[in-house]
Design a protein around this ligand. Structure first.
Ligand code: FMN
Length: 300
């Protein structure tokens, strides 16, 4: 008998849906016991979001300052799991604050130590550097990363900005203004994600994860857009400066968060298209380094 734990946090239910679909092949197997654990913050975040809460969560999320979470159920803390399917979403280029709070809690050590972990993220599209942060926290908990799946909104970057803002601030997954595509990971991709569960199950049963990541990649597990990696790196530098400034002057927090919002608007709508254009021109010169990056980010 193999024990598998599915860890997740989800506001809209998208990541829960992904978690349930990936877990489907495990559910119908007598040799596998499956538990679900939803991370619960002591003070949960609003959904739909309002302006103040959305930008207000930025400094602590980016600086990975943990908040209190509720104690996981006793059976989750005491079961010796063979495999953990660890789902997270990205907030401000970092793992979401509830997920960071779990990974930095003492419970994470109890659950994850010496365990094989597959990370699964469901985000808009900028997940790559957040995954590096998750890898670091998993290593601090002495977990062994054996696979990674990154599910994203496959639409054009700026289109997905419009649609996700509409979704997060209305709470409804709908066609923004009646003309835009649906936000988030597509329903088709969510439904089909049980194929990843099949691949993972095979490797769980043979207790050998060596060839699992290439098999997941062959099934489309990790979308790589080179332009987004470069934006992610640049934005991480700017977010570091902004979060330091905001946390250094708590008395000016509201004003500085408003300035950050203006910066973000300019960065997304003016700077990112310019950078994209420059990167496109430089693409032939950077071809080999981009291929190297692709290999790295599609690996574990
Ligand atoms: C505060 C906040 C910040 C976010 N920042 C990012 C981001 O930097 N990159 C990204 O790809 N998605 C970002 N997202 C989208 C989430 O990763 C996720 O796709 C969405 O919130 C749905 O997740 P859910 O399952 O919790 O509902 C952000 C969402 C929120 C609420």
């Amino acid at each position: 008998m193999k024990n598998v734990l599915v860890v997740y946090y989800s506001q809209s239910g998208q990541l829960k849906d992904i978690a349930q679909n990936i877990a489907l092949p495990f559910l119908n197997d007598d040799e596998i016991r499956l538990d679900f654990y939803a991370i619960e913050p002591q003070n949960d975040f609003p959904f739909p979001w309002d302006n103040a809460s959305f930008f207000g969560v930025f400094p602590e999320t980016f600086r990975q300052i943990p908040q209190e979470i509720k104690i996981p159920p006793q059976n989750i803390l005491t079961t010796d799991y063979d495999l953990i399917l660890f789902h997270y979403q990205v907030w401000f280029l970092s793992p979401s604050l509830p997920v960071t709070s779990f990974l930095k809690s003492s419970y994470a050590g109890e659950i994850l130590k010496n365990k094989a972990v597959v990370t699964i993220n469901g985000s808009r599209n900028m997940w790559a550097l957040a995954q590096e942060k998750v890898k670091k926290l998993l290593a601090e908990n002495q977990a062994h990363l054996v696979g990674n799946i990154a599910l994203t909104d496959r639409n054009i970057n700026l289109v997905s900005v419009v649609t996700i803002v509409d979704w997060l601030f209305s709470g409804i997954k709908r066609k923004a203004y009646g003309i835009f595509p649906l936000p988030g990971v597509s329903d088709k991709e969510i439904k089909e994600s049980s194929k990843f569960g099949k691949v993972i199950k095979k490797h769980l049963k043979s207790n050998d994860y060596n060839e699992m990541q290439p098999a997941l990649i062959a099934n489309g597990a990790v979308e790589f857009r080179w332009f987004l990696i470069s934006m992610d790196k640049k934005a991480n530098k700017m977010f570091k400066a902004w979060s330091t400034l905001i946390l250094k002057f708590p008395g000016q927090r509201v004003f500085l968060l408003k300035c950050f919002k203006v910066y973000l608007f300019i960065a997304i709508w003016i700077l990112s298209p310019i950078v994209h254009l420059i990167e496109l021109i430089l693409y032939p010169l950077r071809y080999f380094s981009i291929q190297k990056q692709k290999k790295y980010h599609q690996g574990i």
